[in-house]
Design a protein around this ligand. Structure first.
Ligand SMILES: *Cc1c(COP(=O)(O)O)cnc(C)c1O
Length: 502
């Protein structure tokens, strides 16, 4: 299997090369030349596999330049320390007891080391990169640079810590992340890890990192030190491909718990930001997993809801800061891959849309493409109040606690069911532990939090609900602080050079 760009005709490259390059030179994203197909028999044969084996099986369909042993090793190292043996368990919530044919499986994607779904990709990517370096004969050390507003930084740190031939450096805005997010980062162990606070806001940190990536002089100096810069960006193919696996695992769980039979179609609902998670579900559909509809769930930043309804993508709009910060996005980068596949590989058309997005901030897809997307997707957005309402309702009905993002998915699903009366069984992507967004969850449950700090809120939520708290958060207040560095934004480049030389 070779990889090509969404924006022009390039010479096809291997998956190892695509993972190391991240972004194609023409600015496009890497996509597989063909989407592999699986049969129902093959899906049936997954039933006795561990999650690690299932993941390696899925990766083998796309990363054909890796050996079976290599992919097995990647999956073991990525997932063997998740805190439940199922790795991705599914909690079945029967929405209406009088109507047991309409279950909702809440697929818990947050049992990794940072309690959010990005772990599933970011625990895998470093190992895929490390092996890719060997395959292409690269001897330099890869330095991953990240500017973070909170969650991605910790997930990347946990993934790259102590991975050979890599280093990771994370910049976060001093005073600009939550107490818990900061503690998660500054207590990160590992001999190849650096965490530095930047005096300024997130934009300052991000601009600083972008400048370093674009600075030829710094790159030359790093080159002399035997170091090459890279990013762990969510558009890297190596981050997307591990996510396809859990949709097969979720389908298998619905069979195991007798909610569906092999071959039955399901609906998948996904709380969407950068369009990575739902795109992975789309690949599963195109591979042959029986899926009737994909529900694209958004918050008040509803640029995607409008896009699927009208065919117009328009980023010129008000930006809202919501209680689902990981979905506060106006440019959903991975949508480009969908447009490529559903236009039948028409890179000229995709390239035109992306140019228009850049210059005018909007584009309109043609009727044929729109009609194709209509068959697959249904989009809904939900308000802040609706999100909280569903946290409260689901807790009241099932003693089950949703985080804010997962609640957006369930609320959007409920709107879909109301509109269509479609009671097909559902798999809903649950993307974070409720303990990651404690204050909003406590508010949804109508628990007063005035004057209660983040760490105390964890305990409060635990006492109020008895819902299991992830161990990585429970031990946080006692963990040793390992990183105290603070710098000005114009010192960032020097800090990178210092760390590279270490
Ligand atoms: C990143 C993230 C999302 C959005 O996923 P995309 O792949 O960007 O669409 C949703 N929920 C949580 C908790 C996230 O961290």
């Amino acid at each position: 299997m070779k990889y090509i760009s969404t924006r022009s005709k390039i010479k096809p490259i291997t998956s190892a090369e695509a993972i190391l390059q991240g972004l194609a030179k023409d600015g496009g994203l890497f996509v597989p030349e063909k989407i592999p197909k699986v049969t129902l028999e093959e899906i049936d044969s997954l039933k006795d596999k561990t999650y690690e084996q299932l993941s390696a099986w899925l990766l083998g369909k796309y990363l054909t330049d890796y050996t079976e042993d290599e992919l097995g090793e990647c999956a073991e190292l990525a997932y063997n320390w998740f805190d439940v043996t199922a790795r991705v368990p599914v909690a079945v919530l029967i929405q209406d007891p009088k109507n047991p044919v309409a279950p909702v499986g809440n697929m818990e994607l947050w049992h990794g080391p940072t309690s959010a779904f990005k772990d599933i990709a970011l625990q895998m990517l470093p190992h895929l990169m490390r092996m890719a370096l060997k395959k292409v004969g690269e001897t330099k050390t890869i330095l991953i640079l990240v500017a973070t507003s909170g969650d991605t930084g910790k997930a990347a740190l946990a993934g790259f810590a102590d991975v050979p031939q890599t280093k990771i450096m994370v910049f976060y805005p001093d005073g600009g992340v939550s107490q818990i997010q900061k503690l998660q980062m500054v207590t990160q162990g590992g001999s190849n890890v650096n965490v530095t606070a930047v005096r300024g806001n997130f934009d300052d940190a991000q601009t600083g990192v972008k400048k370093i990536f674009g600075d030829k002089k710094i790159r030359a100096e790093l080159d002399k030190l035997g170091v090459k810069l890279s990013s762990a960006n969510s558009i890297n193919w190596g981050r997307l491909v591990p996510q396809i696996a859990y949709y097969f695992a979720g389908y298998r769980e619905l069979i195991k718990t007798n909610q569906i039979k092999l071959g039955d179609k399901i609906i998948i609902s996904v709380p969407t930001g950068n369009f990575g998670n739902i795109l992975a579900a789309y690949y599963a559909l195109r591979m042959g997993l029986p899926i009737k509809k994909l529900i694209c769930a958004s918050n008040m930043n509803n640029v995607l809801t409008e896009f699927f309804a009208t065919g117009v993508y328009n980023r010129n709009r008000e930006f809202f800061k919501t209680i689902t910060p990981s979905m506060d996005i106006l440019i959903s980068s991975n949508l480009e891959r969908l447009l490529y596949h559903e236009s039948g590989g028409d890179f000229k058309q995709v390239s035109r849309y992306m140019t228009e997005l850049n210059t005018k901030g909007k584009y309109q897809i043609d009727k044929t493409l729109k009609a194709r997307l209509d068959k697959i997707f249904h989009a809904e957005y939900v308000t802040e109040d609706e999100t909280k309402l569903f946290i409260k309702r689901v807790y009241a009905s099932f003693k089950y606690l949703l985080d804010t993002h997962s609640a957006v998915s369930i609320a959007a699903l409920s709107k879909y069911r109301g509109r269509t009366k479609d009671l097909t069984p559902v798999l809903s992507a649950s993307t974070a532990s409720p303990y990651k967004f404690t204050s909003a969850v406590l508010e949804a449950l109508e628990k007063p939090i005035d004057g209660v700090d983040d760490l105390a809120q964890l305990k409060l939520l635990n006492r109020a609900t008895n819902f299991k708290m992830p161990k990585n958060l429970a031990v946080l207040s006692a963990a040793q602080i390992l990183h105290n560095d603070v710098c000005d934004k114009d010192e960032m480049a020097q800090r990178v050079l210092d760390f590279a030389a270490k």
